[in-house]
Ligand binder design. Structure first.
Ligand SMILES: O=c1ccn([C@H]2C[C@H](O)[C@@H](CO)O2)c(=O)[nH]1
Ligand SMILES: [Zn+2]
Length: 144
């Protein structure tokens, strides 16, 4: 298993800055009229391209799509598959972590994924998918 604390250091500060900017812009465009909790996410893909997304809520609350999954859908639609880094931004005192559903969806498109949890004040907390989702269920588990 990859280093739980420091996989974010594999990504340059310049790249994290680019991801922060993309995620913050996507957050501004999030559609969250019900919770008014705007979230932005930006993914660096192995291609080098960055894809971002905001949360997209629905009057049928359970149909809501989180920012992280919105970014994944955008990346897949753009032809990208493997993710190298994720930054998530919220307007909270402490940066918030991706929800459980998003952790599972991110797992489909990455091995260990360096993750930066950020807030609009500019705080950044490093973590990784290995730390947030140990003992993952994946494609290999479907082999009978
Ligand atoms: O990691 C998370 C957690 C929540 N949300 C969204 C879903 C919903 O629109 C709002 C409140 O839960 O925040 C995300 O986008 N990502
Ligand atoms: Zn989520």
């Amino acid at each position: 298993m990859a280093d739980r604390q420091n996989s974010t250091s594999q990504i340059s500060e310049q790249t994290w800055d680019a991801l922060y900017k993309a995620a913050a812009e996507a957050r501004e465009r999030a559609y969250a009229p019900y919770s008014e909790f705007l979230v932005g996410a930006a993914l660096l893909m192995e291609s080098g391209d960055i894809y971002a997304g905001g949360n997209v809520e629905n009057a049928s609350y359970g149909a809501t799509i989180c920012a992280e999954r919105s970014a994944i859908c955008s990346a897949v639609a753009g032809g990208a598959r493997r993710a190298s880094a994720l930054l998530v931004i919220t307007d909270t005192e402490q940066p918030a972590a991706p929800c459980g559903i998003c952790r599972q969806v991110l797992s489909e498109f990455s091995d260990d994924l360096p993750i930066m949890m950020a807030n609009t004040q500019g705080q950044r907390v490093p973590t990784s998918l290995d730390a947030l989702l140990p003992f993952r269920f994946g494609k290999a588990d479907l082999d009978k």
